[in-house]
Design a protein around this ligand. Structure first.
Ligand code: NAP
Length: 249
C-alpha cells in the first residue's frame, strides 16, 4: 500500500540515522523526498541516487543548516520550486552536547537549542505559507522521551526537546482550523550513530529499563511517522507519540 503516494515530504537531517530511515520508508510509500544534511555531502549524494533508483520517486538532498533562519526560508522556497509543493515537514535534525550543567558552556547550550528547537521554528515558519495555501499539511517534530523525563547531563537537550512539545501543541491550536496538523514523536533509545558512542554499560542499563528489552530501530520511528504523515491520522493533532518500547508510559 502506498500511503503517501504523490506527496512531497521535507525531512531535515536525513543523511543518516532516524531521518534516513524515515526517508526510506516514505519513499517506499510513494512520497517524493526533499531532505537536508549539515556536512555529509558524499553520504547525501549516494543516498539521493540510491533512493530514487530503488523507489522511482523524486529525491533531492540539500546542504542547509536547520539552525539558520534565512537558510530555512531559502530552503523551503527552493523545495517548492523543485517539487511544486510540500505536504509533510519532519523536523528531525538534532544534536547532543552532553555534560553536567556545572561544566556546560554557553556555546554548548546555544548549539543544542538552536539546532534542535530554533530549527523547528525556522522550518515550520518557512513551510507555513505553502501549508496554509494548500489548506493541508502534516508537521512532525522529532522530540525525545528525555524532553518528558529530563536527564542528568542533558539539560540543554532535554530543554530543547521539551520546547518542541510545547511548540507542537501551540501549532496544533493555531493551525487546526486550516487542516494543518502538528504532532511530535518522542523516541526512546534508538540504535543510530547518536547512541553508538555510548559505552556498553550505559547501553545495557538503558535496555534493562525498557519493557520490550531492546533498543528501537530507525524503522520503528519511521513507521510512527508514516502514520502521522498519512491520511490514517487525519483526526490526530497536538499529540506526542512515544516510540520507546514502553520505557516511558
Ligand atoms: P544522527 O544519527 O546523529 O543524525 C543527525 C542528522 O541530523 C544527520 O543527518 C545530520 O547531518 C543532521 N544534522 C545535524 N545538525 C544539523 C543542522 N544544523 N542542520 C541540518 N541537519 C543537521 O541522529 P539520530 O540519532 O538519527 O537523531 C535524529 C533525531 O532524533 C534527533 O533530533 C534526535 O535528537 C532525535 N532522537 C534520537 C534518539 C536516538 O536514540 N537516536 C532518541 C530520541 C530522539 P550530517 O550527517 O551532515 O551531520
Amino acid at each position: 500500500m502506498y500511503m503517501l503516494k504523490g506527496k512531497t515530504s521535507l525531512i531535515t537531517g536525513a543523511s543518516r540515522g532516524i531521518g534516513k530511515g524515515i526517508a526510506e520508508v516514505f519513499a517506499k510509500n510513494g512520497s517524493n523526498i526533499a531532505f537536508t544534511f549539515a556536512s555529509s555531502v558524499e553520504k547525501a549524494k549516494a543516498f539521493e541516487e540510491e533512493l530514487s533508483a530503488k523507489y522511482g520517486v523524486k529525491v533531492k538532498g540539500y546542504q542547509s543548516d536547520a539552525a539558520d533562519y534565512n537558510a530555512a526560508m531559502a530552503l523551503a522556497d527552493q523545495v517548492v520550486a523543485d517539487f511544486g509543493s510540500i505536504d509533510v515537514l519532519i523536523n528531525n535534525a538534532g544534536i547532543t552536547r552532553d555534560t553536567l550543567l556545572m561544566r556546560m558552556s554557553e556555546e554548548q547550550w546555544d548549539e543544542v537549542i538552536n539546532t534542535n528547537l530554533k530549527s523547528t521554528f525556522n522550518l515550520t515558519k518557512a513551510c507555513l505559507k505553502t501549508f496554509l495555501k494548500n489548506r493541508a499539511g502534516s508537521i512532525i517534530n522529532m522530540s525525545s522521551i528525555v524532553g518528558l523525563t529530563g536527564n542528568a547531563g542533558q539539560s540543554n537537550y532535554a530543554a530543547s526537546k521539551a520546547g518542541m512539545i510545547g511548540f507542537t501543541k501551540s501549532m496544533a491550536k493555531e493551525l487546526g482550523s486550516r487542516n494543518v496538523r502538528c504532532n511530535a514523536i518522542a523516541p526512546g533509545f534508538i540504535e543510530t550513530e547518536m547512541t553508538a558512542s555510548l559505552d556498553a554499560d550505559v547501553k545495557k542499563q538503558w535496555i534493562d529499563t525498557i519493557p520490550l528489552k531492546r533498543g528501537g530501530s530507525t524503522d520503528d520511528v519511521a513507521n510512527a511517522c508514516l502514520f502521522l504523515a498519512s491520511d490514517m491520522s487525519t483526526y490526530v493533532t497536538g499529540q506526542t507519540l512515544n516510540v520507546c518500547g514502553g520505557m516511558v508510559m
